[in-house]
Design a protein around this ligand. Sequence first.
Ligand code: FES
Length: 753
Amino acid sequence: MDNKINFTLNGQPIQADKGETILKVGLKNGIFIPTLCYDDRLKLDGSCRLCVVEVAGARTLLPACSTEVSEGMAVLSHSHRVIKARRDILMLLMSDHPRDCLVCDHNGRCKLQTLCSQYNIEDFRFGWLGDEEHRSERDVDESSPFFIIDRRRCILCGRCVRVCNDFMGVGAINMGRRGSKTVVSTPFLEDLSAGRCVSCGNCLSVCPTGALSLKKQPELGLEGTPGQGAVAAFYGREKPRRVTTTCPYCGVGCQMSLVIKGSRVIEVEPLRGAANSGLLCVKGKFGHRFLGHPDRLKTPLIKIDGKFQEATWDEAITYITIKAKAIRARHGGWHFGGLSSARCTNEENYLMQKMARAVFKTNDIDHCARLCHSSTVAGLAATLGSGAMTNSIEEALRSEVIFIIGSNTTETHPVIGAHIRQAQLHNKTKVIVADPRKIDLAITADCYLPIKAGSNIALLNAMMKVILDENLHNRAFIEAHTEGFEELAAHLARLDFNETCAICGVDPQQVRRAARLYATAGSSGLYYSMGVTQFASGTNGVMSVSNLALLCGQIGKESAGVNPLRGQNNVQGACDMGALPNVFTSYQTVTSPENRAKFEKAWNVVGLPDQVGLTLTQMMETLGDRIKFLYIMGENPVVSDPDSHHIRHSLSALDLLVVQDIFLTETAELADVVLPAAAFAEKDGTFTSTERRVQLIRKAIDPPGLALPDWQILVRIMQAFGYASPDYQSASDIFEELRAISPSYAGMTHKRL
Ligand code: FES
């Protein structure tokens, strides 16, 4: 009971934990104390004073956000004196605030407006300084490509500055000038579109007024002058709908809310998901305009005499079946190959590999993981048992040391990059960066190793050699949890340390320093990405990464482990779903007779293929030969695979190319049939993030024209080829089927998720 405090809030006896603030205890007990500058994720500012409360015996009113409860304290949150003080504060704020709520983008969701309404601020006793001379210095900054800073509407709560500096660790904005001339300034930049601002828009998301608002979106047909009503047209008086979903860009799996007016997504707001704590990056926050783009595919297309012609679904699918059956008649087999998609849902990837295996009886199914993290899947499966992150994303906040190799984290996984910066800023985490480029995190790293491209393994060997030579390895862990240590030690003993450092092109002293930092920390988290995997020796690189962690016992405890950062939103899920040539779902091998029997029973088919199929790169070598009918769902290999000319040339050798996508991509242009698909906001399903968190996406708007969710298209195709597919009514029905045969997904349902 030592840690408990007894006090009264509005006469009601309350027990709270020692160290809790009046504001937090009030919230827990359903007593709303208004705030403007407070955000529980950010450093306390205490500038707005709106949260003041009356504490018996205190000379002045005290801010609830920064005053801790104490034994016997008597607090009044809504006394006459408190209400009067809050009204005075609001009136003072309004004396310096434009009276243009009717055309302000934040009309209806502005915290200041709501509080003025709640506290009945109808008389403006302190007048209005709107025309005073100093106001002219409060300008409108439109230099960002995405948002506008209207300093006239700013109440100087400092939330934008704190989120930028303390939470994102970017430091693009700050408070400038003094006294009544104080403004949010951009001290390092002439304008926001250049230099340090990363356009993440988190400043906009925390702004309690209309001081930060979205720039107009001309493609939505809205005209006007920013700050003078153009953006207000998005919201107006009409309450928009909000749909919770998962970001479709990288593997972090940020949770967000799509704001919808009519049939359009007009804005994205961050939500406090486990991985993103209310942050988004520029892609998640602003990259949604493609949804309503006029170039979206709206109808199936069939190429006749080199030109696409619009078709109905029946016409397109009939065309595909006739052409495919002709291939079968001519060549004695379907000669099918499939490319699945790390952009599509788990349910869709599951159906895609099911279609390849159950309908076309081939394991020639793969997806883009082949080109990014297949070396992770192989290398970590061999050394750790599973190819995925060993830590949750938020554990990065508490690592004593973070070692980043081959990942430009702040660019490719900006929200994880923000976690690393927060750990540096608030937890004194030491950061080691090994990268040929001086990436952002290298600038503030404690140890930067500018290695030559392709020398990852040499560097890791050199670090392990230091660790062994200086007896910094974890013997107890090695004995209890590893095998093959002697071979590794013997190999390292043969290496010349200085020569190995010379291969990497780095100062041996810096390598020693990095090795000592990593090995001796209480918890060291290792993060890597495609700077390690995208080499012919990628699998060995991954194994070296995990050897280093195992050597030091920096795994199997909180905030210490091996963390491959997966690129696309659902690349983890596409692998989990068996969109790979060697495994069914949950990495159950296709060569196992038991596994095949299990899937034959579940899918009600016989004769599932028993040979490992071709990888994506192998498929490209056999187009027109082993593979004559290629079906691509949501991938654009002409652009994303190595050697565009070669890919184009290979695709031209096919008898039948079907591409299912949301735009007429460079690959789709080469197709015989193009099928229009729904984007992430237009369908239901699940994505699995890089930390293996399975999260829902939800339908927010209708797909354009005749476009359909990918899973519905696949069901139609399977049925057209004579497979008696279950009558799935929803993505959830597909999930029910897959979880019954996939051990790692067995305990989940859409409802539980
Ligand atoms: Fe407490 Fe602003 S919320 S001072």
